[in-house]
Ligand binder design. Structure first.
Ligand SMILES: Nc1nc2c(ncn2[C@@H]2O[C@H](COP(=O)(O)OP(=O)(O)O)[C@@H](O)[C@H]2O)c(=O)[nH]1
Ligand SMILES: [Mg+2]
Length: 392
């Protein structure tokens, strides 16, 4: 273990020294402020001391030119959902070893975040030529989250050889490919070669289009693939919701079960053992209410679906989408269906949500028509749309 003391005028400079000399895996053991110099306590100057440690076998990082922070890696296609994409460029602070209590820890975290942002911005501005700026502005116009747009731009520019710096088509391809890699390959429903029942549940806020999407999926699999289907709904909070699904069932000729308890959900699935596909519709009650979420979880635990799709409307504000995703994390959904793409002209939030949540895209829906207005999500389409010059 190598331990070293760093002294600087402020915490940002001290942490930057730690980062440069010891790398991102360094652990902060102690921080303190002290005064030095002056006369009889007057005119003394305040300094910050940070003591950091790193394992001996950790290689000393190479100094970056201009002390720039290395940009976080963008996740590769193979990495799976739980992996953290953006590694902190700064040393992790271990709660337990800080002597001065949590408030200082919080202060320091905040300072580090601010500092990281400043360095990111500075780093971005250094490398951003006219073409880079153009693409960055495109991403912003299409409402890609600002920070993500910055990182994406920097990452793409970093990979462009100097000889191609004015080649707009080449650069656009780099952006396009990077965006597609971040999206990963969409995962729609795949019918197994051998007969095996599959159960799918759709969850999400009220009004996003869960029931309509189930109608579209069920109709498509019945008409185009001649699959035997049952629909089960636990959305018993609105009479209209039950009626809506029953009408769907009648039109496409599939049975609809209404269940009021997790046990009856279980029984209903058992009773449809002969079906190829079962679609579960759920109530979109407040995701902010833990009781509602627990109730939903109870139904899903009983149903044991093969996949849980979170349904999000592309018209929802990005911040709200983030909150919805965060709340539905508790029920372990792993794929996302975006609805109402026909009602928006900004597709950046779709990209930002997929990048942040690390989930798979599945379907896009593009209108109210059953069964036509649904398609397997295409990451190329979104990449093209968010690189469009001038949204709206
Ligand atoms: N424009 C548009 N409307 C949609 C789409 N999907 C669903 N809707 C409409 O959104 C409203 C709510 O849909 P519904 O399926 O009842 O939502 P749920 O509460 O999540 O089940 C209905 O009027 C649907 O016709 C879509 O892709 N585009
Ligand atoms: Mg519904």
């Amino acid at each position: 273990m190598r331990v070293k003391r760093f002294v600087a005028n402020n915490i940002q400079d001290a942490m930057l020294q730690v980062k440069i000399e010891m790398g991102k895996d360094a652990v902060i053991l102690h921080t303190r402020r002290f005064k030095e110099g002056g006369f009889l306590g007057l005119f003394s100057k305040e300094f910050v001391e940070v003591t950091a440690a790193i394992d001996d076998d950790y290689p000393t990082p190479k100094k970056e030119p201009n002390n720039q922070v290395v940009w976080p890696k963008v996740i590769e296609e193979k990495k799976d959902t739980k992996e953290v994409e953006e590694q902190e460029a700064f040393p992790e602070i271990k709660n337990t070893v800080l002597a001065n209590g949590t408030s200082e820890l919080e202060d320091m975290k905040k300072l580090m975040q601010d500092m990281m942002e400043q360095i990111e911005n500075a780093s971005l501005n250094i490398g951003l030529n006219k073409v880079g700026e153009h693409f960055y502005q495109c991403l912003l116009k299409n409402e890609v989250e600002e920070k993500l747009a910055k990182r994406l731009t920097k990452r793409c520019l970093d990979n462009i050889p100097a000889s191609k710096f004015d080649d707009i088509d080449y650069i656009k391809t780099q952006f396009h490919d990077t965006i597609c890699r971040i999206f990963k390959k969409p995962k729609p429903i795949v019918l197994p070669k051998k007969r095996k029942q599959q159960v799918f549940a759709l969850v999400g806020p009220t009004g996003v289009g869960k029931t309509t999407t189930i109608a579209k999926l069920a109709a498509n699999f019945t008409i185009n693939n001649q699959k035997n289907i049952a629909l089960v709904t636990s959305d018993t909070y609105r009479i209209a919701a039950v009626e809506q699904l029953k009408t769907v069932g009648e039109i496409i000729g599939v049975p609809v079960e209404v269940v009021f308890t997790p046990q009856s959900m279980k029984n209903s699935i058992i009773s449809h053992a002969d079906k190829d596909l079962i679609f579960i519709d759920t109530a979109g009650r407040s995701h902010k209410n833990p009781l509602h979420m627990n109730e939903l979880k109870g139904f899903l635990d009983a149903a044991e679906p093969d996949e849980i799709f979170l349904v999000l409307s592309a018209t929802t504000k990005y911040k709200d989408m983030l909150e919805i995703v965060e709340n539905y994390e508790k029920i372990n959904f792993n794929r996302i269906i975006f609805t109402k793409l026909d009602e928006t002209s900004t597709y950046g939030p779709i990209f930002s949500i997929i990048q942040k949540s690390k989930k798979y895209l599945s379907y896009f829906t593009t209108g109210q028509s059953v069964p036509d207005d649904i398609e397997i999500a295409d990451q190329n389409k979104i990449a093209q749309l968010i690189l469009r010059d001038g949204a709206k």
